[in-house]
Design a protein around this ligand. Sequence first.
Ligand code: NAD
Ligand code: DAU
Length: 355
Amino acid sequence: MMLMPLLLTGGAGFIGSNFVRDWFETGGGPLVNLDKLTYAGNPRNLEGLAPGAQHTFVHGDIADRDLVSELLERHQISAIVNFAAESHVDRSIHGPEDFIQTNIVGTFRLLECARAYWSGLPTGRKEAFRFLHVSTDEVYGSLGPSDPAFTELNRYEPNSPYSASKAASDHLVRAYHHTYGLPVLTTNCSNNYGPYHFPEKLIPLCIHNALAGKPLPIYGDGQQVRDWLYVRDHCSAIRRVLEGGRVGEVYNIGGWNEKPNLDVVRTLCAILDRESPRSDGRSYAEQITFVKDRPGHDRRYAIDARKIESELGWRPSETFETGLHKTVRWYLDHAEWVRQVTSGEYRTWVATQYA
Ligand code: NAD
Ligand code: DAU
């Protein structure tokens, strides 16, 4: 109860909207959801929340000091969970500016507003206040084939404009704790997958392209390794850190599921072959196409999740196989969501709804 009302940022995106569902389904109280509704933010991701959900959606930017300060005061916020970010590595390579603006400047402004508000709270509420920053394993850089998995002590070696901007935001969060005493928590998670994942990322893109009869683009040799975690397991980990994490600490979150990209896409094709066979009876794997590699492509990520497991008793509930099966089924059952997202129709709806 101490952590409510919660201010969540970026809650109309992939992980944020899953977190909102998870929050209310597990009995969470009032939640204010601040989202700028970029191309990746979709209010329809928030339709059909659990009955009685005390959800307030606010269309706005984390970099808007006046708005954030007003929300903190008006709702008497007890904790902030910062998901808002530009999140796609390939987009950061084509155009880094938005990443600098939201991931660095936006996080800085959010921290400034949080600091001012938190400083004025009475003692008990001040001690209970939390600022949880959601970050990524990409800040640690790339591993060699036999390197140990990333622990919280690995040094930062970000390689893309996206991961550099997330690294900068992590440093700011850390500095606000050390300098001002703001009670922060940081989580660094591996690759998520699951429902409401925007079809620009590997797994939803390949499901969408497979069903549309298009090529499944594999960058380079397809042997880059990612550590996959079902999105609801990430949400449960964030809740655990929010409730029991030690202030000022970093928690790595991962599913112990290292897979080369080519294996991921082949597994995906095998599930699709069973769940929605091609009309010609051939395998979707025949659509796999090798394309030009991503510039500066990180070869391998792997998360050592022992700290969150031992300190907070968190464990993922899905294996890669069960999680991927659920994900494929969700996309097959939500063809209309995919159609709206890929047609841009929801953006028209946003313009109408929030004009
Ligand atoms: P996403 O791109 O699906 O969603 C981002 C959301 O943030 C969108 O709803 C967007 O409208 C909103 N947003 C963007 N700029 C904003 C701003 N200035 N103010 C308010 N809202 C803004 O991203 P995601 O995949 O859900 O990732 C969420 C967070 O988790 C990010 O911080 C990302 O770095 C981190 N993360 C993602 C993964 C992953 O595999 N997707 C893994 C680890 C960490
Ligand atoms: O590790 C956590 C990160 O995971 C998050 O911080 C990012 O927000 C999230 O986007 C994700 O980053 P990746 O770059 O790992 O995810 P993406 O789905 O874009 O790519 C996964 C792997 O698949 C990567 O090695 C690149 C490759 N790939 C991707 C696409 C889109 C392809 O081979 N073909 C593709 O078309």
